[in-house]
Design a protein around this ligand. Structure first.
Ligand code: BG6
Length: 487
């Protein structure tokens, strides 16, 4: 089990705490990962007592969806959920928090900022000024910060500066929930534990790489947040770049937090920063119009609640990047993500170069389709290898076949939220799956020219339920390539 600690949740009455954090803590309790003296202390304005917060978790429906062992665990965890009413924008709140923590006799404390990003810097400054981040007598003080971390390069730098003035980098746990996904963590094992993959994982054998995070969900009720963010900020410098760095980084010297994060940062810094011209020609932005997704009618993005009727925010982004390392020189990486698309599919596809000489000179084999390795992040988690086999019969004819590994055939990962590992690591003090300041800034530096270029450009239209705008197809066709058909 992780050491005894208090998890102070700012935003405990909100959606993230209900939908993901508390269910994960219940799953962890059921799995024996939580100490008997662990407790949660929620901070917020809208509840008044410990019992009122507990009841709001009971009534949210989120705990009911859990497996029976976790439901049972919630019954015991529930008693250790406390509430401190307060306005976290005011200094008094932190004095009260300090008194409460002292009264409870808390040494180890992790503060979880499950609040709107505009509060991140202020909360950390308040915590620092109140002396709540001082690590005394071997007890830890840590801060978990949700995404988005900044809204551009400058704001990310400013936020890093502000928080690092209050505590050490080793105390900050910047969350990217993609790193909590088993299939994302498995990329490093698939690569570095297997001679067959590692041997061909380079420019000599790989023609290009595609990373896709396609979503069927539309903007829904998140218009207020999303219309100021857009697909690029929401998904690319964080989730897609995490996938990119796992796929493209060099092997770390050791599998510890700093060695892995050193390699990831090195890779992010090796992504060529697009020139103003490249930011225009190598990036595509789209916005969905009305259509049908999963048999349901979707209204155009500009008609969604809390979205400006003349909004030019993108709901789809595609880009072509180059990585300046000996391993990847000349290998394009194509990234795309979008909302209200026809299928949900997060995947990484490595397309191999053709064999140098196939030797089937007299046979009618035609053009040989490329080998592909498809890392299916979600749903239908697994890895597929598309290759060619001989079609049975007297003549030599090839036919494409797939070798498929499915997680579900081997493991049970269906009942986790993806936050369990992240919370467990936060309590154990393992920063491997969290983003470091330099990595965050390197990622923003790459997308900044694209953000600049898009200030003036209107997005290209695509139909809800489609695969995205035609201009995204053109981005690959220009290079004689095609997007992998997802889903
Ligand atoms: C979040 C984004 O970080 O990730 C959402 O803000 C997006 O817009 C979500 O839908 C995707 O995460 P997942 O785990 O559902 O693929």
């Amino acid at each position: 089990a992780a050491p005894a600690a208090t998890l102070v949740i700012f935003g405990a009455t909100g959606d993230l705490a209900h939908r993901l954090l508390m269910p994960s803590l219940a799953n962890m309790t059921a799995a024996g990962l939580i100490d008997d003296n662990f407790r949660v202390l929620g901070i917020g304005r809208s509840k008044e007592s410990d019992e009122e917060l507990r009841t709001s978790f009971d009534e949210s429906g989120c705990m009911e969806k859990l497996e029976s062992a976790s439901k049972k665990a919630w019954k015991s965890l529930r008693k250790r959920v406390l509430f401190e009413q307060g306005d976290f924008t005011r200094a008094e709140c932190y004095e009260a928090l300090k008194k409460r923590l002292d009264k409870l006799g808390c040494g180890n404390v992790a503060f979880y900022l499950a609040v709107a990003p505009r509060f991140f810097g202020d909360i950390v400054e308040h915590l620092g000024k109140a002396g709540l981040l001082e690590e005394k007598d071997g007890a830890f003080r840590r801060v978990a910060i949700e995404k988005p971390f900044g809204h551009d390069l400058q704001s990310a730098k400013t936020l890093n500066k502000r928080i690092l003035a209050q505590a050490d980098e080793s105390q900050f746990y910047r969350i990217d929930h993609f790193l909590g996904k088993e299939t994302v963590q498995n990329i490093l094992v698939a690569r570095f534990a297997n001679a067959m993959t590692e041997a061909v994982w380079n420019r000599t054998y790989i023609d290009h790489v595609q990373i896709t995070a396609a979503e069927t969900v539309d903007v829904g009720t998140r218009g207020d947040f999303y219309d100021h963010a857009g697909a690029l900020r929401d998904m690319v410098p964080n989730h897609l770049f995490q996938l990119l760095s796992m796929v493209a980084m060099e092997a770390p010297n050791r599998f510890d937090a700093d060695s892995i994060r050193d390699e990831k940062s090195k890779l992010l810094k090796a992504i060529r920063i697009p020139s103003a011209k490249e930011a225009k020609t190598n990036a595509v932005r789209g916005q969905y119009g009305a259509g049908t997704v999963d048999g349901k009618k979707v209204v155009a993005y500009t008609k969604a609640p809390d979205v400006a009727p003349d909004s030019t925010t993108e709901t789809y982004a595609a880009l072509k990047l180059e990585i300046d390392t000996p391993r990847w020189a000349g290998v394009p990486f194509y990234l795309r993500t979008g909302k209200a698309l026809g299928k949900k599919d997060t995947e990484v596809v490595l397309t191999f170069r053709p064999v140098a000489y196939a030797g089937f000179r007299d046979a009618e084999v035609g053009d040989l389709p490329a080998n592909k390795l498809v890392i299916q992040i979600q749903p239908d988690e697994g890895i597929d290898f598309d290759f060619l086999a001989k079609q049975p019969g007297p003549a030599i004819a090839t036919t494409p076949v797939t070798m498929a590994f499915r997680y579900a055939d081997h493991f049970d990962i269906s009942h986790t939220t993806g936050y369990e590992t992240l919370l467990y690591d936060l309590l154990r003090g393992d920063q491997t799956l969290f983003q470091r300041a330099d990595g965050i800034e390197a990622a923003w530096a790459v997308v900044q020219p694209i953000l600049n270029a898009w200030k003036k450009d209107a997005p290209d239209a695509y139909r809800a339920g489609s695969t995205g705008p035609a201009t995204a197809d053109a981005l690959l066709e220009r290079d004689g390539r095609k997007w992998h058909v997802f889903g």
